[in-house]
Ligand binder design. Structure first.
Ligand code: NCD
Length: 309
């Protein structure tokens, strides 16, 4: 099956091969080289929740490869009339060749994959998973460090509700990363995920202290506190703004350490950081285009040529 709902849908070998394809597709992603590999194919972008980068980079990826995109938002559609996810997805099955779906409910992507025949790419299901983000995160890490093997990665912020770190931690551990999980007590990585990481043989440390974790890091992955997933505003205000980095913090970083963030940022990254060599988050957002191109090709059974010119 060519759905990508969680990182379990991809073997390590497939991950590396998709990243290699993505690397060759960079000039196409930039618009420097035309390559209409997906001409005549249609992507349905099914966004039941807000998105800037994921939705636009899926669209850019499809269009740069000569394909076209049907854009769905839950505003202005029959969802407002009470149409179910099942029924909505039945329509998509007939209108498109592949669908990217983002939904506030955990499990919605798997439910959709089970309900339709076309390949489904999970673009974020509630506090569950976000595997296509993980693929671009891995691309960014490999681009900076030349490898995915054996890195020291510090995941910071909302590890409880943050779906990006749920998928990313799982993938990193499969490549032998050492993980430091930095969060307030109330936003720790769910127990079942931590024990799963340890069962995979991972070296995982949990702490509330970012300053202590910074000097040994190869990668610092900051995340936004996921306000929209909190049961009440009081709970959110207790942890809002808890971790922040600015350019002065880079003084204690190792050479070559990179700062990543799936974005949007709220207050986690001071703008003074943007012009430092460590900042990778805008490059990371661009990397969504070649990575999603490679993922779309895989789902549609289209081979990316060994030489792209
Ligand atoms: C993330 C998401 O939607 O989970 N954004 C993204 O896809 N780049 C992170 C977030 O919203 O905090």
């Amino acid at each position: 099956m060519s759905d990508v709902v969680t990182m379990d849908d991809l073997t390590n070998k497939e991950i590396v091969s998709i990243l290699d394809d993505a690397e060759r597709l960079v000039p196409v992603a930039k618009g420097d080289v035309p390559l209409p590999l997906l001409e005549g194919k249609v992507l349905a972008n099914m966004f039941f929740e807000n998105s800037t980068r994921t939705r636009m980079s899926f669209e850019a990826a499809m269009k740069r490869l000569g394909g076209s995109v049907l854009n769905f938002t839950s505003v202005g559609t029959s969802v407002a009339k009470g149409e179910t996810l099942f029924d909505t997805m039945q329509m998509v099955d007939g209108y498109a060749d592949v669908a990217a779906i983002r939904h506030p409910q955990q499990g919605a992507a798997q439910y959709s994959a089970d309900a339709v025949g076309i390949p489904i790419l999970n673009a974020g299901d509630g506090a569950g998973n976000h595997p296509t983000q993980t693929m671009l995160d891995l691309f960014t890490i490999r681009e900076a460090h030349g490898t995915l093997e054996g890195l020291n990665v510090v995941l910071v912020g909302d590890l409880r509700y943050g779906r990006t770190v749920h998928s990313l931690s799982h993938a990193l551990v499969r490549f032998g990363a050492t993980l430091t999980l930095v969060s307030p007590e109330s936003l720790r990585m769910p127990e079942e995920i931590v024990s799963d990481l340890r069962e995979h043989g991972a070296d995982v440390t949990e702490t509330v202290n970012l300053d202590a974790a910074l000097p040994d890091a190869d990668v610092i992955y900051m995340t936004r506190i996921q306000k929209e997933r909190f049961p009440d505003d009081d709970e959110y205000s207790k942890v809002a703004g808890i971790y922040m980095l600015d350019s002065s913090d880079m003084a204690s970083a190792k050479n070559g350490m990179i700062v990543m963030h799936p974005l949007p940022r709220v207050s986690e990254l001071h703008p003074s950081l943007d012009s430092t060599e460590n900042a990778r988050y805008f490059q990371q957002a661009f990397n969504g285009v070649p990575t999603r191109m490679a993922l779309l090709c895989r789902c549609l059974g289209v081979k990316v040529p060994k030489k792209v010119k």
